[in-house]
Design a protein around this ligand. Structure first.
Ligand SMILES: [Fe+2]
Length: 903
């Protein structure tokens, strides 16, 4: 159907009107379609469009420029097809409510407004929108389809955005909108967003088309909308956030404690001068009664609406499973196991977790239906059984956990490959105040090392040849030792573990030093343990290793995993949503890497890192766990060191070498995490470089990009406010600066996170390999005669008492199983193209090259894992190093690099 200009009228903005007053009903024609509208722009500010640059340059390929309606062409009859998630998928959605069924029946469901990308050439003002109601036309399996028809007059210009008003009484999840019938082909608008009911919030939603523009290149008709949408997302920083809000703002971690519930659950504010930390998303909940600085805890934690995907995507399958485990399963485990301090009486009792399991209270097989992987039903028993799968490591070699070479190998290819450092200074010495912590000199002497390496070389030669490495948890942990020891059921030491790089390229542990600072009238205590060749030394060595494993396990979870990936990424997400328009090319590049993280982090604050939560109750530092993570942030975290090459250089694990592959020479050639990681790093960097160079062909565009500069400034000064004055923050002046910053962020959310997350069950599912807590002191530290006698009589019992209790072990195993699991529709790095990328042939081709490189990396990793010369990743009973293999099947596979931190 064709219409000419006289059939519709266009309203322009009256700059003095506010947005809500403009949202009156459109004129509806008898056929149910409306064709005129008031203009949509809000704002009380007087807009002066005159003198504004009227022509803008679209630096995009020909296929990018579509839907341009020029005055030379006739009006076009355009059909809008809206796809929304179906009610069956979205339990309790408004479209199942009687009022909304009525709205669907009479066709008043969604009010759409087409927005021209151009301003009126005569007046310089925004053109009016074209409105129309979308009607429900069919209900497919997973989607409800709505359609609307519009007449787009000649001269309306390219369509740059669509406004959506949801006439239902409850929110809807809109997947996408396609406008068909335009002279230059269809326009795709990817929404993937919750649209609130107009009865809850009169503001219309703004969706831009899939074309990306730098701020200065924004089509003139969209400039104001672009700014308005960002203002909406920033909010006003006041009040408590409602579930339906989409506001991104900052706050400190002042919601981990629960002082109103109990004094024992009071915790300091994390974030700020005393305890520096990244910021989290502001929820605006009221203050707690007992501590006005703490936020009151509530059963559900606000995340901006589009960060909460669980109703729509299976993607959050793992988040949902984790919630079920935390909220339903673990309380039942506590009921069944009763005594929180009871350890395992025999090693066979640990094995029984994988064979007989833990019976759960009668629940009509409730758990079996929600956590089938973990909970089984046994025919002859009523109720469920919590039954763990045998972790891959133990399945391959039941005794690997006991051996030294596996202990060392895991520092290079295990769950935490981020802690090992080259020893560059000798003798080892603490930097802590000797007045408080006692003599700073280590007892690991040159003579001791030379004896352990049996005269192969002197200590000087070993240092010169870069043969000595250390896991150094001395200065970070020592200040917490006395505090932690006041908590029942745990203990702590500062520790140093020394390794020697053998001729075979593998590591051999030489010595462990455990230290306790002075306490009361007791002086500092420290002792060095070595592998030993007599029974007592062997068992002491085994116990010392248990303490080091607990230190490494806590550092891995609190610093390498939680802090450096989950927690540090949240500010990038908040800043991106507040400062980068959804049509900004860098927002579109980053978005897949920032999805789902805020929701999993909110769950972590609710049940994992909170006072009395899983981390506090199952890890050595107890209630000081997050304080410790704050200390690590304060002392160690630097954005510039989060890049993989910089991290390796900082730890002495690599040196720059322009002649070497990736420009780095590794200190330990067979370092599986670094070898695979560097290929991945380079692939990400090339993809980012192709992308950035396309959108910033002129280097000065980076500095003049106001949104980009706003984002980077906010990341530094608000999201990481406690580090805002650090000199090491990268500047953001050239495309190369931008490429490096973006590669670092994508590496952290994809490569770094995958390397330290998806092997958790493989390596820590059998907890003797990586206990989260060591509960008893060494039998040689101030022992009573009785204790030492007991140790000599049955050292195995001493080890079992030191290990986590039954409740601790069972809880952690259940949580690690879920954390290590990929959802059925996991989104892997370089796998699926974003809708906006497919429309640009240059970006599409670059992404396809990226995908190809990742598939090559799979082959490279498979090849490396069959090379028996690479002893740190392959050998008898060794779990091959696959954590950085890009793709995976669902479940616990020990491989697969998702785009973002979603579990
Ligand atoms: Fe994670």
């Amino acid at each position: 159907m064709m219409m000419n200009a006289s059939h519709y009228q266009l309203h322009r903005l009256n700059p003095t009107q506010s947005s809500s007053s403009l949202l009156h009903k459109p004129f509806i024609l008898s056929h149910g379609r409306s064709i005129s509208s008031p203009a949509y722009l809000p704002s009380r500010t007087t807009l002066n469009f005159h003198g504004k640059k009227k022509c803008f340059c679209i630096r995009a390929s020909a296929t990018d420029v579509r839907g341009v309606e020029t005055s030379k062409e006739n009006a076009a009859s355009v059909k809008a097809v809206v796809r929304a998630a179906a009610a069956g998928l979205l339990s309790d959605l408004g479209i199942t409510k009687p009022l909304d069924v009525y709205a669907d029946l009479v066709g008043k469901t969604l009010l759409l407004e087409l927005v021209s990308a151009e301003v009126d050439s005569g007046t310089g003002l925004e053109k009016g929108t074209i409105k129309g109601y979308a009607h429900k036309v069919r209900h497919e399996k997973e989607e409800v389809v709505y359609e609307s028809e519009f007449i787009v007059p000649a001269g309306f210009g390219e369509i740059g955005a669509i406004l959506v008003e949801n006439e239902h009484h409850k929110e809807m999840f809109i997947n996408n909108i396609v406008l068909d019938g335009l002279h230059n082909g269809p326009i795709h608008i990817n929404c993937s967003s919750w649209v609130h009911s107009k009865f809850d919030n009169p503001k219309k939603r703004i969706f831009f088309t899939n074309k990306s523009y730098l701020p200065d290149e924004t089509p003139s008709g969209l400039t104001k909308l672009r700014e308005m949408e960002l203002e909406n997302l920033r909010g006003n920083g006041k009040g408590e956030r409602k579930t339906s809000d989409r506001i991104y703002d900052y706050d400190t971690y002042n919601d981990l404690g629960d002082p109103d519930d109990s004094e024992d659950l009071a915790r300091p504010i994390i974030g700020g001068k005393d305890h520096p930390y990244p910021r989290r998303c502001r929820t605006g909940r009221p203050s707690s009664k007992k501590d006005p600085l703490s936020e009151k805890r509530t059963s559900s934690v606000y995340v901006p609406r589009d960060e909460a995907f669980e109703e729509v995507k299976q993607m959050t399958f793992s988040t949902k499973t984790l919630k079920s485990v935390l909220h339903a399963l673990l309380p039942q485990v506590e009921i069944m196991l009763l005594d929180p301090h009871l350890g395992f009486p025999y090693f066979t009792a640990i094995d029984s977790l994988f064979q007989e399991g833990v019976p759960l209270p009668k629940s009509k097989n409730f758990f079996q239906s929600i956590i089938p992987r973990l909970v089984k039903t046994i025919a002859e028993r009523e109720g469920d059984i919590l039954l763990f799968e045998t972790p891959a490591m133990i399945d391959r070699d039941k005794f690997a956990w006991f051996r030294d070479e596996e202990f060392s190998r895991q520092a290079l290819a295990g769950l935490n490959p981020y802690s090992l450092q080259l020893v560059t200074e000798w003798p080892l010495k603490s930097e802590l105040d000797p007045e408080i912590y006692g003599p700073p000199e280590s007892l690991i002497t040159a003579e001791l090392i030379e004896k352990e390496i049996k005269g192969v070389m002197t200590i000087d030669e070993a240092l010169k040849q870069k043969k000595l490495f250390i896991l150094d948890y001395h200065d970070l942990l020592l200040p917490y030792v006395n505090k932690v020891r006041e908590i029942e059921g745990t203990t702590l030491y500062g520790s140093r573990t020394l390794f020697f790089l053998t001729m075979e390229g593998t590591l051999r542990p030489l010595a462990i030093e455990l230290t306790r600072p002075p306490v009361g009238d007791k002086p500092q205590w420290k002792q060095v343990f070595t592998p030993g060749w007599d029974a007592t030394s062997c068992w002491l060595w085994r116990l010392a290793k248990t303490h080091v494993c607990a230190h490494d396990s806590g550092y891995h979870q609190l610093v390498v995993h939680w802090l450096r990936t989950h927690c540090c990424t949240e500010p990038y997400i908040i800043a991106a949503n507040r400062q980068l328009s959804a049509m900004h090319p860098i927002y579109r590049l980053l978005h897949p890497h920032l999805r789902y993280t805020m929701e999993i982090n909110a769950l972590a604050r609710e049940s994992l890192i909170n006072a009395g939560g899983i981390i506090e109750s199952c890890f050595s530092p107890g209630k000081y766990a997050i304080e410790l993570s704050s200390a690590a942030y304060d002392q160690l975290w630097r954005f510039d060191m989060e890049a993989l090459p910089a991290d390796l250089i900082r730890r002495g694990m690599a040196v720059e070498d322009p002649t070497a592959e990736h420009g780095l020479k590794l200190t330990i050639e067979d370092y599986p995490f670094a070898n695979d990681g560097l290929v991945l790093w380079d692939a990400i960097k090339q993809w980012v470089r192709d992308y950035v160079n396309h959108y910033y062909p002129d280097p000065s565009l980076v500095e003049s990009d106001k949104e980009l500069q706003g984002w980077w400034t906010e990341v530094r000064t608000k999201g990481h406010a406690d580090k805002k004055d650090e000199p090491w923050w990268p500047v953001m002046k050239t495309p190369e600066d931008l490429i490096h910053v973006l590669t670092t962020i994508i590496w952290v959310t994809a490569g770094h996170h995958a390397a330290v997350n998806f092997g958790q069950y493989v390596y820590a599912g059998y907890f003797p390999n990586r206990p989260t807590i060591a509960r008893t002191n060494m039998p040689t530290e101030d022992p009573s005669d009785e204790e030492f006698k007991n140790f000599l009589h049955k050292p195995e019992i001493a080890l079992l008492k030191c290990f986590p209790s039954q409740i601790q072990a069972t809880k952690i195993m259940a949580v690690l199983d879920v954390l290590s699991s990929h959802s059925p529709d996991e989104e892997y790095l370089g796998d699926q193209m974003e809708p906006s990328w497919t429309e640009n042939p240059i970006i599409k081709a670059a992404f396809e090259r990226f995908n190809g490189r990742l598939k090559e990396l799979e082959g490279i990793i498979d090849g490396r894992n069959t090379n028996l010369n690479l002893k740190n990743r392959t050998g008898a009973g060794v779990v091959p190093y696959e954590l950085l293999k890009p793709f995976s099947k669902p479940g616990v596979t020990g491989m697969g690099v998702p785009n973002s931190i979603s579990i």
